[in-house]
Design a protein around this ligand. Structure first.
Ligand code: BG6
Length: 534
């Protein structure tokens, strides 16, 4: 572990952009020191860029990507020479696409759009239908790209964004590569790809191999939108830039770590995808494992994309794979049943009537390295749970009980460090204090840092952060191929037991709107442990 006074490594230029973005967003608009920070903020990306979106008129594009791009435009963070080319199987005229862009921004932008910015943004959006299975259509598509590049002066680095159902990924990547649009291995052209990155180790390895045929790893941006969330990005800053917390984050002081990503929504409208995926693939393999890595990783050698990702990979390697015996005692899976006016999972559209898919999962994992050996990491996520909340709670060991002698109580809440990722973003510390009065009574109190109160600015959406980073060629906030594969190894080992020795870890039901199966408590190694949320 780095000692706090060993000097913070100087970021190299690739990480600088990202770190500065974090700092800019964290401190940039705060009232504290605007002038100093203003000079640090990269106002925009200098190189021209053409962003080609497969699925350019799809749901994700309309709800997230186009509004995110618009907001980057409003913040002046897009390159001066910039164009968006939407594409998909259907044909539509540029003007129709521009109206769709306008509607999406008006409906889904986090800020009220400014007319002049929106007009300008709209003008740099184009559309061209393409059939990736047809070489002639791809040739036409390539011509259109060349035309836009000369018209908008965006020649050079292109960025492809694959925002389609996963079944189409392979065909799109192959078509882009085979038609020469990826520009060869030395080209600065990159590709953004949405999750899921495969559905198991084999499919993710195949996808990575295909991507590597046409793009170099530093130009592959795998989207895990949790890595674009403010509080998630802040985990690195909070842990490694502050001297006061990091020395405590290890087995000497920590009792357990809990990562909760709970949702109140069911899977309505996504049954066909979700019933194939389940909570383990949909949430744990990516979002929860990323949170696990960020809270458990050691300090990177430097704040460089690869050094950071090396440390994350080390965490996943340490977790290793789970044997059937471990899956039996370290995993709980559940499916919501109807409750009140909420339908049960099996009544959702496009879900099999006898579906065995889990909508809830809880795990106990060991990060068995020198820092964490013996500290249980509890992860849980589920649909139709009691409250929408994403948090990491680090619970510290209690002081020895004899110290309580002489106090009028025999119970103390453990100290906790709580990272609130959503809905109310912030960080809290829970500790005990003496209640005012003659008697020595103690009560837990909380010290809070709340993003909204601390900084006089609205956080950008995760997609704004991630798209900006990809346009800037900075990839510390994107999972690397080896870590993705490593995470699938863990997931596959759990699935293996669930699918083939299901009696060891049967699928349980829980009422919609509850906190999941009661049996999730059985994962705790200490009878005093409780599931924690702030
Ligand atoms: C997605 C999952 O990746 O993340 C969804 O596919 C889930 O099932 C969503 O609802 C949760 O994201 P957030 O940002 O709302 O926590």
């Amino acid at each position: 572990m780095d000692s706090p006074d060993s000097g913070f490594p100087i970021p190299d230029s690739r990480f600088q952009i990202s770190l500065l973005v974090v700092l800019a967003y964290a401190y940039g608009m705060s009232n504290q020191d605007p002038l100093q920070v203003e000079s640090l903020v990269p106002r925009r990306i200098d190189e021209p860029r053409l962003l080609v979106i497969f699925g350019g008129a799809g749901d994700l594009a309309q709800k997230k990507l186009l509004p995110a791009l618009y907001n980057l435009a409003q913040d002046g963070l897009l390159p001066k020479k910039f164009a968006v080319l939407g594409t998909g199987r259907t044909h539509r005229a540029d003007d129709d696409y521009r109206s769709l862009v306008r509607d999406s921004v008006q409906k889904h932008s986090r800020r009220k759009p400014q007319a002049n910015v929106l007009n300008q943004f709209e003008q740099c959006c184009f559309y061209q239908g393409a059939d990736v299975a047809d070489a002639a259509s791809m040739a036409g598509f390539a011509q259109r790209i060349a035309k836009i590049e000369s018209q908008c002066g965006t020649g050079g680095a292109r960025l492809f964004y694959v925002s389609t159902p996963p079944e189409a990924y392979a065909e799109i990547i192959t078509a882009v590569g085979d038609s020469g649009l990826s520009g060869g291995k030395d080209s600065p052209t990159g590709i953004i790809i949405e999750k899921p990155f495969g559905s198991d180790l084999n499919t993710s390895t195949a996808l990575n191999e295909l991507l590597n045929r046409y793009f170099t790893e530093p130009r592959i941006y795998r989207i895990d939108h949790y890595l674009g969330k403010e509080t998630v990005q802040n985990l690195l800053v909070f842990r490694f830039i502050n001297a006061i917390f990091e020395p405590l984050l290890n087995r000497h002081y920590v009792h357990d770590v809990q990562i909760t990503v709970a949702e109140t929504e069911g899977i309505a409208g996504r049954g066909a995808y979700y019933d194939q995926a389940g909570a383990l693939r949909d949430m744990v393999q990516n979002h929860l494992f990323q949170l696990l890595c960020l809270i458990a990783m050691d300090a990177p050698v430097r704040f460089d994309a690869d050094d950071i990702r090396d440390e994350k990979l080390a965490v996943l390697k340490t977790v290793g794979t789970l044997t059937p015996e471990q899956v039996q005692v370290q995993s709980v899976r559940g499916q919501y049943a109807a409750a009140g006016d909420m339908a049960g999972y099996r009544q959702e559209k496009a879900v099999k009537a006898d579906s065995q898919t889990e909508s809830y999962v809880a795990l106990r994992l060991d990060v068995a390295n020198q820092r964490w050996a013996g500290v249980p990491f509890y992860l849980r996520t589920g649909k139709r749970l009691a409250r929408k909340v994403s948090e990491i709670v680090v619970t510290f060991r209690r002081e020895p009980v004899p110290l309580l002698g002489g106090l009028d109580c025999n119970w103390r809440d453990p100290n906790k460090l709580i990272f609130r990722i959503q809905p109310s973003e912030g960080i809290s510390i829970a500790f005990d204090a003496k209640l005012p009065g003659q008697r020595m009574l103690i009560r837990p109190v909380q010290m809070d840092m709340d993003y909204n109160r601390a900084f006089d600015t609205q956080s950008p959406e995760a997609y704004e952060m991630l798209i900006f980073n990809a346009l800037a060629g900075e990839n510390s906030h994107f999972p690397r191929a080896d870590a993705v594969e490593q995470s699938w190894k863990i997931i596959d080992s759990i699935r293996q037991t669930w699918d083939h020795q299901s009696k060891l870890s049967p699928l349980l039901t829980y009422p919609a709107g509850s906190w999941g199966p009661d049996a999730a408590r059985n994962l705790f190694t200490d009878p005093e442990t409780r599931w924690q949320t702030s």
